[in-house]
Design a protein around this ligand. Structure first.
Ligand code: SF4
Length: 172
């Protein structure tokens, strides 16, 4: 098992969504030609950055939205497209909070912001899902040693997965 900061937040998120997607990502196979959803990711990066957040790199992770409070505690922010909390988002921000804490940042809490609405989900620290997060790390380890999982149709195929054409062809 790697040290926690060597797992990437995107991979932690993907094992919650689709093992095939996580496999492709952990094997560093990416779609780079700019589907609607890839472009949306760039958009959120360009527009939501620079609101007074710091960007920090920890291991293989770049945390874009770390807010340092006057009392030296930190809030980790994540911006998401959807309107409701899904496990993938929860575990991704939990991973960032975990590795930031291990690197010496004094974490107060995390916040998931939903683009298009004013909803914010607060994530407590210490983490309530720490054991499950470690299980996600183990799942990533297993995927690295496995062959590519078969496609399984799921909600995310047509709601944000950049591999949709790779899996299902260009008519999706
Ligand atoms: S298109 Fe669907 S099956 Fe293929 S990687 Fe994405 S979520 Fe998984």
């Amino acid at each position: 098992m790697l040290s926690d900061e060597m797992y990437r937040g995107t991979d932690v998120s993907y094992v919650c969504i689709c093992l095939r997607r996580a496999w492709l990502s952990t094997h560093e196979i990416y779609i780079t030609d700019g589907t609607e959803f890839v472009k949306m990711g760039s958009y959120t990066n360009d527009v939501e950055r620079n609101y007074g957040y710091s960007q920090v790199s920890i291991g293989r992770n770049k945390i874009d939205y770390l807010q340092l409070l006057p009392d030296k505690k930190c809030i980790i922010h994540e911006f998401k497209r959807g309107r409701k909390v899904i496990d993938a988002d929860l575990f991704q921000i939990s991973h960032y909070m975990n590795i930031a804490s291990s690197s010496g940042y004094d974490i107060d809490h995390g916040e998931i912001h939903f683009l298009g609405s004013k909803k914010i989900k607060k994530v407590n620290f210490p983490l309530e899902n720490e054991n499950s997060l470690k299980e996600k790390y183990r799942m990533i380890d297993k995927l690295k040693q496995s062959t590519i999982p078969k496609m399984e149709r799921n909600y995310f195929c047509s709601h944000g997965c950049s591999y949709v054409e790779f899996c299902w062809g260009s008519n999706e």
